[in-house]
Design a protein around this ligand. Structure first.
Ligand SMILES: *Cc1c(COP(=O)(O)O)cnc(C)c1O
Length: 456
């Protein structure tokens, strides 16, 4: 339970209703055996909690931009919904920028952070007035060139890596000594180089660090922010004026995948930051945040039909339509990314009954394609549904085309007045024609027309 008495019960009840309504309305069934569901009410609540959390700790009038890390849920209707809730976009590729623009996110609410920006991308961002954080000295050189050739409204900064260390998941630890991101601040000469970079460029007004994602302990995140703040203070002191006016503290709040409860909350994080770095909140600095997973994870559910229920070596195995194509990290690295599974019957009602240790398998053709291994659940039967919970970020929107399995349809839902749910299509299910087209269907003869000289 969090401080608002929020145990996530409302969310669980909405989800149960949505699963039942999805079966009833035919979104889920024998011919549509997997869908992704997004809880619109929950997304709005999280966005409001985020805004309120930082409004509580910042001095009145402090500009705060919450830029949603688009990579967490790269879906245009989600970005539009967040925009309506006052949340901008953090983008890290031309594709993500295109999604943000399609959603109508304004350049002033957009931040570009990718580690491998091409000259064309940088030129476009500066022309649009999008904030850019330079990742390294070579990128800053390119920005220098662009700033000499045209005026830009873009707020510009440098991304630093405070090198405070990693968390429990290596792949999401961005502040290790050898991380590929940003300027490694503790390397010899690096800090002085950063200070000089600002001294030489009056237009550099921001400083950025993203200390890591899922698996980074709270105090380490706060330390990363504290060190970034200390650097901004040092730079402004050396320059003799508040040239850095905005600090981008990145995202990375971890998500509780073990139960329904939202923990930690944005309010807890914001208060912990104010405690650790009070100067950051006294009104001298504007703030940018870049949360991804914590905004969306708990509002998404993958629901998959149990095609077959079998037994092997004494183990019950439910063969479902959700596996590596929608839960790639969980299937390949189950120890770091376990998911809760809920069992529903053929009508989409929560299944009760004695729990049986079973495997919940996916449809892909390799033995490791398991959503959950040895999990105690009411026994899943043919025609039942298995739901993978907390999958609204970095899961069903991140399709992996193994076995040419189709991208599932994604539907947003709100409760209706009759205890059911109303749905809106967020993404259509992928068609077979589109799978063929994306797999070179227009070039079927391409290879047979290429001949080694002299072979014919
Ligand atoms: C991935 C990423 C984020 C978002 O991280 P979450 O853990 O999803 O909150 C924010 N900023 C940058 C630069 C990122 O790479």
């Amino acid at each position: 339970m969090d401080e608002y008495g929020n145990t996530g019960e409302g969310r669980a009840a909405r989800r149960d209703e949505a699963v039942r309504a999805a079966v009833e309305q035919g979104l889920l069934g024998p011919d549509s055996p997997i869908v992704g569901l997004l809880d619109v009410t929950g997304i709005r609540e999280s966005a409001a909690e985020l805004r309120a959390a930082f409004a509580e700790v910042t001095a009145p009038g402090t500009p705060v931009l919450h830029a949603f890390a688009v990579k967490a849920t790269p879906l245009v209707p989600v970005l539009r919904l967040l925009r309506e809730e006052g949340i901008g976009a953090e983008v890290a590729s031309p594709g993500e920028l295109a999604l943000a623009r399609a959603a109508g996110v304004a350049p002033a609410e957009t931040v570009l952070d990718s580690p491998a920006k091409t000259p064309a991308e940088l030129r476009e961002a500066l022309a649009l007035g999008i904030a850019v954080n330079a990742d390294n000295p070579q990128e800053l050189d390119r920005i220098d060139g662009l700033m000499r050739s045209a005026v830009s409204r873009s707020p510009l900064g440098i991304r630093v890596n405070p090198q405070v260390g990693g968390g429990s998941i290596g792949a999401t630890s961005t502040a290790t000594a050898t991380s590929k991101f940003g300027v490694a601040l503790r390397d010899e000469g690096a800090r002085e180089w950063v200070v000089r970079a600002y001294l030489d460029r009056p237009w550099l007004s921001r400083l950025h660090a993203h200390t890591g994602s899922q698996g980074i302990p709270f105090p380490l995140m706060a330390q990363g922010v504290a060190e970034t703040y200390a650097l901004a203070e040092e730079i402004n002191r050396r320059i003799g004026r508040p040239q850095i006016d905005t600090i981008d503290i990145g995202g990375g709040l971890p998500v509780n995948f073990a139960s329904e409860v939202t923990a930690p909350t944005y309010a807890e994080y914001a208060r912990a930051l104010r405690e650790a770095v009070p100067g950051l909140f006294d009104g001298r600095y504007g703030l940018v945040t870049e949360f991804g997973r914590s905004l969306l994870a708990k509002h998404g559910t993958i629901v998959a039909r149990v095609e077959y229920a079998k037994s092997a070596g004494g183990r019950a195995v439910a063969v479902t339509h959700a596996g590596v194509q929608v839960a790639t990290r969980t299937v390949y690295v189950p120890g770091s990314w376990p998911l809760r599974i809920s069992a529903y019957d053929g009508k989409g009602r929560p299944k009760s009954g004695a729990e049986v240790v079973q495997d919940v398998a996916g449809p892909a053709c390799f033995a490791g394609d398991l959503l959950a291994e040895g999990r105690a659940l009411p026994l899943l039967d043919q025609g039942d549904y298995a739901a993978a919970l907390d999958t609204g970020a970095y899961y069903f929107a991140h399709h992996y085309a193994y076995n040419s399995l189709a991208r599932p349809g994604i539907y947003g839902f709100v409760p209706d007045r009759a205890g059911g749910a109303r749905f809106a299509t967020v993404r259509d299910p992928q068609t077979l024609a589109s799978i063929v087209a994306e797999s070179g269907g227009a070039h079927a003869g391409a290879l047979t027309t290429l001949h080694t000289p002299g072979s014919r």
